[in-house]
Ligand binder design. Structure first.
Ligand code: C5P
Length: 308
């Protein structure tokens, strides 16, 4: 009798990287209430850490998930839901014990929960010897959230449909990013729900980025854009204030990622990025804004998928 495939007793630690939306064009609303998107997404080095170990011997089929974030019930954790989804879909008889150290802010526009879910699907696909291809994992991921399919492959990709149509692109220019998370939590559903149809965009900016990326050219910073940015900043003045502070710290370009509130500023050299990061942090010490800032960088597809 062969034993069911199982997670090795020695734990594995897996990074789950955040993303930024280099472009995010909302093209229109679909009959099912979701919105049609054209977005170029990029994985970045800010990451959660997931630890996977074998389920307890007395409950070998059980999936458990501890997360160090207060107030997130296990049943709502996308990492837990991803493990259960794959276990059921592939009729897996093994379990897993997951610990999730959250660094990517929740409801931050950086895809933290979605990235955790994709990392779990990718890892358990191997550790449980399921053997699904990327398309099958993306389809499973789409059941958990619109951003999950992108994170199956990560790197740089064009995202269309409601998020589930992923076209991998060559790795975009490698950059440093200063990230700033203003002290507000933004509901993605509320942001999309309140979007005025007059704000709908076309896909021109995404197409310009895709062309530059395919040609191996530097990213055209002037085409970085986000349909949702204006409306979200009107509702949350703290985000506009953080953008102004980042610009005043010397960032030439500041954009919002996803439905916000996190902002990013891209740089070609660490010297520029570190100067702006330091200047921003010094201003923060004298103010009372409670923004959180990070200095991070592009993560290529190879780096995003070679997790351990
Ligand atoms: O797919 P996900 O659960 O991450 O989406 C959260 C909410 O954001 C959806 O319930 C929907 O209201 C909105 N959304 C949308 N169009 C998209 C993606 C998300 O309207 N393409």
């Amino acid at each position: 009798m062969s034993l069911p495939p199982s997670v090795p007793s020695h734990p594995v630690y897996i990074p789950a990287y955040a993303k930024v939306n280099l472009t995010l064009a909302v093209l229109g609303r679909r009959a099912d209430g979701y919105h049609r998107l054209s977005s170029v997404m990029q994985t970045i080095s800010l990451h959660d850490t997931l630890r996977l170990s074998a389920a307890k011997a007395r409950e070998p089929k059980r999936v458990t998930c501890f997360c160090d974030l207060d107030g997130l019930p296990m049943a709502e954790n996308l990492a837990y839901r991803a493990a259960i989804l794959l276990q059921r879909a592939a009729c897996v008889t093994a379990g897993v014990s997951i610990e999730a150290q959250k660094v990517i802010p929740a409801q931050g526009g950086l895809g933290g929960g979605s990235s955790d879910a994709a990392a779990i699907l990718n890892a358990l696909n191997i550790l449980w010897a399921v053997g699904y291809d990327a398309a099958r994992l993306e389809a499973l991921g789409a059941q958990l959230g619109s951003d999950v399919p992108f994170f199956i492959g990560g790197g740089t990709a064009l995202i269309e449909g409601r998020g589930e149509v992923v076209t991998p692109l060559p790795d975009a220019e490698s950059l440093w990013y200063v990230l700033v998370k203003p002290p507000v939590a933004v509901s993605t559903a509320a942001v999309f729900g309140s979007l005025d149809p007059a704000e709908y965009d076309d896909a021109t900016a995404s197409e310009a980025l895709v062309a530059a990326i395919r040609a191996g050219e530097p990213l055209p910073f002037e085409r970085l854009s986000n349909t949702l940015e204006r409306g979200v900043m009107q509702v949350y003045p703290a985000i506009a204030a953080a953008r102004d502070a980042l610009l005043a710290s010397g960032a030439p370009i500041v954009r919002m990622s996803g439905s916000g509130p996190t902002l990013y500023a891209p740089f070609r050299t660490l010297a520029e990025a570190a100067t702006v990061y330091r200047c921003f942090c010094e201003r923060e010490q004298t103010g009372r804004a409670a923004n959180i800032a990070w200095l991070c960088h592009t993560v290529s597809r190879e780096q995003a998928t070679n997790r351990w």
